[in-house]
Design a protein around this ligand. Structure first.
Ligand SMILES: Cc1cc2nc3c(=O)[nH]c(=O)nc-3n(C[C@H](O)[C@H](O)[C@H](O)COP(=O)(O)OP(=O)(O)OC[C@H]3O[C@@H](n4cnc5c(N)ncnc54)[C@H](O)[C@@H]3O)c2cc1C
Length: 447
């Protein structure tokens, strides 16, 4: 049986839930289709930190209103309930393999400022899903779990989607099915995209970890004969728990071995003496160049679908909300018989906020450091020269910028001491595509 909606949203992740909420609140007939049978279940690795809370991100300041238990986006003016546990995070500490620490913000100073010193919060994503699902249902959105969309068929005045033996019809489709989007593939959005590599991750919830600071995000790189990798250690909002996430773009790296390295051999190994593994997650994400124009043939792309690998939760929530508003506007404009501008407002925002500032290239360049400084010794030397304070942040774009600026001083010193390393650093000027050439050759997109 086919059903006719104003909009179908494929994917009930952060982006799809916000898109459905926006369209539902505006009175549209909305179908939200999700392949998981339980949309609230977390099935993929995630750090579960709401990033960039001390600066603008995609045009918004994201705040947690603890009084009313709401996550709020200012100035766009939308919010939703989150009544689960949370923990303020005050800075990022990035270590070299030999233990030199570069802090993004002074932990003690940030913590002294209290709520306004936080750079992020750590939260529980399953509770966030539950809260959003409740809101989405309460504004009339029809939610269909267990529907894995495989096909998209266009007609003159709408879209038909098929999957798991069901068919749905609507005037518009919002593709919010994440980084390995089936919708982007079957509708041709991926045709002109450059494929870089995959981003692999393995994560463990752990108890008993004893890092130097309880409310800090830690990043540590590692090298093995197989290739380079790095770990993030993120406090969970549940007292006494941490999330250890080990990531790589190199398909030769064994992530289990990399986890063992951090827990037993690396400079952080003493923190894990009493650690117990509680739960494991993994993720494999395609890294394509970004979608430049996120709309065609009545399909609008939201969230990670259009990104190189991730927009972060903050970005996915914002783009989902804006996509839902854009389609609501377009539907209303069509009803009124006036010029349809809703969609172009979204595509202009996407270009102005994500594409034009160069976010996709900055993000991918962040993955290239081990292909510029390709030994632990090189990394220890160069990053060991960074001694000046760096502004507080937990935001990949700001962090990359800050490191680039600090690096300029380090290069001046290295020019005298280690011209061989300066020669390697020259490669920093190359585009991510070139830096990752060898990895691209041995990688293959997942579907
Ligand atoms: C290891 C790792 C750690 C991360 N840590 C953080 C972090 O700490 N902070 C942060 O801000 N971000 C983090 N992120 C990024 C964050 O998880 C994503 O940016 C965010 O989840 C994107 O939301 P989305 O809704 O666009 O996509 P997704 O969260 O991927 O949601 C897509 C949804 O679509 C569904 N779906 C997929 N295909 C279909 C189909 N064919 N039919 C129907 N449904 C479908 C999926 O089941 C899923 O529910 C991390 C990512 C990874 C991989």
């Amino acid at each position: 049986m086919t059903r006719k909606y104003d909009v179908i949203v494929v994917g009930a992740g952060p982006s799809g839930l916000l898109a459905a909420k926006a369209a539902g609140e505006n009175g549209l007939e909305v179908a939200l289709l999700e392949k998981k049978t339980d949309p609230t279940q977390l099935t993929r690795a995630c750090g579960q930190t709401l990033i960039s809370m001390n600066e603008y991100f995609f045009g918004n300041l994201v705040q947690y209103n603890a009084r009313d238990k709401r996550i709020c986006f200012i100035p766009d003016g939308f919010s939703f309930k989150y009544d689960g546990p949370y923990l303020n995070l005050y800075n990022l500490a990035r270590y070299t393999p030999d233990g030199h620490k570069i802090e993004f913000g002074d932990y003690t100073e940030q913590k002294r400022k209290g709520d306004s010193g936080k750079v992020a919060i750590s939260f529980d994503k399953e509770i966030l899903f539950q809260c959003l699902l409740d809101e989405v249902k309460s504004c009339g959105v029809k939610v269909f779990p267990g529907v894995n969309i495989q096909q998209v068929i266009n007609s003159n005045d709408g879209v038909r989607v098929e999957g798991s033996g069901q068919t749905f019809e609507s005037a518009y489709l919002i593709a919010a099915d994440g980084v390995n989007s089936r919708i982007a593939e079957v509708t041709g959005f991926n045709k002109d995209r450059y494929y870089y590599c995959n981003f692999y991750s393995l994560s463990y919830y752990l108890s008993g970890v004893e890092p130097p600071q309880p409310e800090q995000v830690v990043l540590i790189p590692g090298f093995s004969e197989q290739g380079a990798f790095r770990c993030y250690l993120l406090p969970r909002p549940i007292r006494g728990e941490h999330n250890l996430i080990v990531v790589t773009v190199d398909p030769r790296v064994n992530l289990e071995t990399a986890v063992d390295y951090f827990m037993n051999e690396a400079i952080c190994a003493p923190w894990f003496k009493k650690a117990k593994k509680l739960k494991a997650f993994s993720a494999v994400c395609n890294c394509y160049s970004a979608i430049i124009n996120p709309y065609k043939d009545r399909v609008l792309v939201a969230g990670d679908v259009g990104s190189t690998q991730e927009l972060e939760l903050t970005g996915a929530l914002i783009s989902g909300w804006k996509a839902g508003q854009a389609i609501s506007t377009a539907v209303q404009e069509e009803k009124l018989g006036i010029n349809v501008k809703g969609v172009s407002q979204y595509t202009n925002w996407w270009k102005g906020t994500y594409i034009d500032p160069g976010c996709p290239e900055i993000y991918m360049t962040g993955m290239c450091t081990p292909y510029i400084l390709n030994t632990a010794e090189d990394m220890n030397y160069v990053y060991g020269l960074i001694k000046d304070p760096i502004p507080a942040c937990w935001n990949p774009y700001t962090a990359a910028n800050a490191i680039r600026q600090s690096m300029a001083k380090a290069i001046a010193i290295a020019q005298k001491e280690r011209p061989d390393i300066v020669q390697k650093l020259e490669r920093k000027r190359l585009p991510a595509k070139e830096l990752l050439t060898e990895i691209t050759k041995i990688s293959k997109p997942v579907s």
